[in-house]
Each structure stands twice: as C-alpha cells, then as structure tokens.
Write a protein that binds this ligand. Sequence first.
Ligand SMILES: Nc1nc2c(ncn2[C@@H]2O[C@H](COP(=O)(O)OP(=O)(O)O)[C@@H](O)[C@H]2O)c(=O)[nH]1
Ligand SMILES: [Mg+2]
Length: 321
Amino acid sequence: MIKEILEKFLNGDLLTASRMMTSVENGDSLAWPIMREISQYTGKAYVVGITGPPGAGKSTITDKMIHLFRKNKYTVGVVCIDPSSPFTGGAFLGDRIRMTQAIGDEGVFVRSLANRGELGGLAPRAKEIVQILDAFGKDVIIIETVGAGQVEADVINIADTTVVVTVPGLGDRMQALKAGIMEIADIFVVNKADREGVQDTVRDINMILDWMPEGKWRPKVLTAIAAQNKGMQEMYDAILEHKDKLIQTNKWQEQRCQRNKGQCFSIMEQAVNSYMRRQVEEVEKYKETFENVCEGEMDPYSGAEKLLKELFAVADILKLS
Ligand SMILES: Nc1nc2c(ncn2[C@@H]2O[C@H](COP(=O)(O)OP(=O)(O)O)[C@@H](O)[C@H]2O)c(=O)[nH]1
Ligand SMILES: [Mg+2]
C-alpha cells in the first residue's frame, strides 16, 4: 500500500500528497512509513520562514513572494501556521482566501496547519509537512507563522532564511530585542510603510543591530507596502542574496547536516517514548510496577529503574510504527 501511495506521490498526484500530509499531521499508522519512504527525496528545497505579529502583512507578503518565485520559474510550497481557531481547531480561513491568486497554479501547493494551541510552538508536524513538499519537488517552501511571542522562534530550526515582518509603531521600542527577534532574523521587513513612523522603526532596528556582535551576515532592514506590491522585489532579492551567501560559505550544507542529525535523534526519542508508553500501558507485568508507583508502594525512581531494565532488555524498540 505504501508503495502505491509513494508512486502516485512521485507522479505529482495532488490528492495523494494532501492525504499524506493529513496522515502525518494526525500521526496515524501511515505517518512513519510515509516519512521514511519520502526521506530519500528530501533535502533539495530552499526553505523561507516568514514570521511576525498578527496583522503585520505576512500573508500578503507570502502571496507576493509566491508570484516572484513563480515568475522566476521556481515551484513553491506554502505552509501557513495559524493560531488554532477557537471554534473548529482548524486554521483560519482568511489566509486561504487571501492567497487566492496562487490557486489554480500547479506550481504552487498551499497547506494550512493549525498549531493546536501550542503556546509559541510551531505546529507539531510543520517540519514533516515541509519535507513532504520538498519530496514532492517544490523548489522553494515558504512557512508563514505567528508565535505567542508575536514571532515564532522555532521557525529557524526549519527555515534556511528567516524573514521577520514588523510594522511601525508597535509600541515599546525595545520590544524587538526582548522578543529575541534580533537573533533569529536574516532579513527584517518593516511593512505598512504607508503608515507613520517607518523610519523610526528602521532606525531602532539598526541601532540594536549595531550593538550586536559582528556576524557573518548583517540582517538587511527593508521597508515595504506589501498591499501595494512595494518593496517586494527588494525582499525577494534579499532572500536570494542570503541564500547564495549561505551556500557559498557552506553554511547551508552544515545546517542540513545538523538538522538531519537532530531529526534522527528526535525520531529515536519518539520511538523510545512511544515504546515505553505502549508497554507500560499494555503489558501486565509493567502495568503492575506502574500501579505500584501510582499507589506509592514503590518510589518513582525505583520504579523507573526496574521498568527501564526490563523494557530495554527486549529489542523491538525500533518498530517504527
Ligand atoms: N496599510 C497597509 N495595509 C497592509 C499592508 N500589507 C498588508 N496590509 C493589510 O493588513 C491586513 C493584514 O494582512 P495579512 O497579510 O493578513 O497579515 P498577517 O496576519 O501578518 O498574515 C490586511 O488587511 C492587509 O490587506 C501595507 O503595506 N499597508
Ligand atoms: Mg496570515
């Protein structure tokens, strides 16, 4: 069954790709087999993260970027991560509607993910969804995300280039520094430049950047009026410039290497974790120890030690299902 799914997927079947994402998002029994099978086809896409406070213009910008990438013959995958809707637990419809221009273009695949209320966390399966889009053959993948701290810091663990979108007059001048934005941005875009105070914001950002230790890449600070398509070409150019720089300095390759390793580790953790939970809940003798701990007849340390010794004497931990 997985072979058939993979064949359709590699032939570019949209519905199959979409179903695979749903499987992975829900963590159903096909999730791991899917991820394992597609792994060999990943690692080619360039990933751009766009983060910033709600209403800053991220979706508008994403839409413009899709068009610029398409104009330059890149295929594009988009992952929109929105705060969970209080009513349905699904992503807000707004972004899908706003990105209507892209719909109908076979070279664009848009996927919305709910972050399921995880405070400040990326949607739990965002990385995997990006990898599916990568394996699906998308050249560039854009992740639009908003975090509880207004900016989603975890996005740098997935994105090659991180763009932080902000707007003039967000109040507290040092807000940016406090939120840790400075460390994660490769490019700043001060959007809504049709409003007052743009130059103040640009100056504030530059001032903070001046204080920061010299890095290899000083983040560009750009202004834009996304709604009027202004500043979008400059942003696009800055992304490509950053990409070239990363590749030339071997940073991109290094980062891939680290991320592969990190993913391998996280797969082991998940496997061990779910193995332990399964066993402790299902196997009678383990259940007993656990209940003893529960009742306070055995202390948690002794219980854990006993269980670990018994659990890891058997070798089916790596049944990746
Ligand atoms: N005045 C102004 N409004 C903008 C600009 N860019 C986007 N908007 C509007 O701001 C609102 C929020 O934009 P959206 O892209 O959904 O923001 P997001 O929440 O960051 O994704 C929408 O009504 C946009 O039309 C801009 O440059 N100037
Ligand atoms: Mg949005």
